[in-house]
Design a protein around this ligand. Structure first.
Ligand code: TXA
Ligand code: MG
Length: 338
């Protein structure tokens, strides 16, 4: 199969809609990461997503809408707290778990009684959903086990030959996947951190907690609130270790433990005082930049054939919690506190 890459614009949106309406799938840009989209009401099309990604069948998908009213066909009940949150943060990088409507296929929710819904802010994503006239089920458009794609090139590298179309919207502005929340009464539980932070949510609903699995690894076979959290998300070729300590300690630690295939993932300008090869993730205090570049850097480290990587501890402010959540998974939870 030939994979076509088309820049965002009417011809790309029309071709994506043509494919999706006829039961096929297409990769589309969003503000978080690229998604691999199918008509959420077509189980055969949804199965093609799982096949192309090599995704475990029991990991449910997010359903994307381009208008709050579109929820009616996928959700059976919207609580007042959930509606308040949706109205505040949509369109945007937030996914809300709702009780599902009966018409949502088993394949989308992996048999759960709930459905995850997101209204993306990306203009191209919105145009494609509108042109399809149906909600789109879409996980991240990477091969299962790879970092989520933040550019059309990343999607191409993973799925070339497996899908017909990638709509190229350039680099994703957020760079990490959406915040996923469950709402129960007046309480919110953050199942996956993202650009919409705990503090953002607290401004709307005061009772916000972070699920335990966000900062710890879920035990094998443990039931988790969000099935995706139990998977070892991304296993880089390199052994990644996160070093929690100031730069001087980091420097001492890594200089004595490195060999010719060791790389460092550091903040801007720190590379100047290290004798090891380094990739940078922005200024130390710029969490938004860390989020934007993290997945790209992880892919680059694999391409460089890094065998060992020492990463600086990201700040946990704002979207930093999301960066840390993704980085400790890439590090298989190896965090050294100095
Ligand atoms: O930013 C994003 O969310 C991107 C873009 C494409 O929208 N999508 C994305 O999808 O990251 P995916 O499939 O890679 O991650 C979806 C996460 C998984 O961890 C999954 O387990 C969880 O959402 N999820 C989906 N439906 C759920 C449900 N009904 N209950 C709990 N968790 C759910
Ligand atoms: Mg994913």
């Amino acid at each position: 199969m030939q994979t076509k890459v088309m820049k965002c614009g009417q011809p790309a949106y029309e071709y994506a809609a043509k494919l999706i309406k006829s039961g096929d799938i297409a990769a589309i840009p969003t503000e978080t990461v690229y998604g691999l989209a199918a008509d959420a009401f077509n189980p055969c099309a949804v199965k093609k997503i799982f096949a192309a990604k090599g995704r475990p069948q029991d990991n449910p998908l997010i359903v994307h809408i381009s208008d709050i009213n579109m929820m009616k066909s996928i959700v059976s009940d919207v609580s007042s707290a959930a509606l308040k949150i949706a109205e505040k943060f949509w369109p945007g990088p937030l996914t809300i778990i709702f009780p599902k409507a009966s018409g949502v296929p088993y394949e989308v929710t992996a048999g759960l009684e709930t459905v995850a819904v997101r209204f993306p802010a990306h203009a191209g994503a919105q145009e494609i959903i509108k042109a399809c006239g149906t909600p789109l089920a879409a996980p991240s458009a990477n091969l299962s086990g790879m970092p989520s794609p933040t550019s059309a090139r990343h999607v191409f590298d993973d799925l070339n030959g497996k899908i017909k179309l990638i709509v190229d919207g350039g680099s994703c502005s957020v760079g990490v996947e959406s915040t996923v929340i469950a709402v129960s009464g007046e309480s919110v539980s953050v199942l996956r951190p993202g650009m919409i932070t705990v503090e953002d949510l607290k401004a709307v609903v005061p009772d916000v907690t972070v699920d335990k699995a966000v900062l710890e690894g879920a035990e094998k076979n443990q039931r988790v609130a969000s099935p995706g959290m139990k998977y070892k998300h991304y296993a880089p070729k390199a052994e990644v270790t996160v070093i929690d300590g100031d730069f001087e300690k980091f420097k001492q630690y890594v200089q004595s433990r490195s060999d010719s295939e060791t790389y460092c993932l550091v903040f801007d300008s720190e590379e100047k005082s290290l004798s090891l090869p380094c990739l940078t993730m922005g200024k130390a205090e710029d969490e938004n930049e860390h989020a934007r570049v993290l997945f790209e850097r992880l892919r680059e480290l694999d391409e460089l054939d890094a065998k060992k990587v020492f990463a600086r501890m990201p700040s946990l402010n704002g979207v930093g919690l999301a960066v840390y959540n993704r980085l400790i998974r890439a590090a298989a939870f190896r965090v050294i506190r100095l």
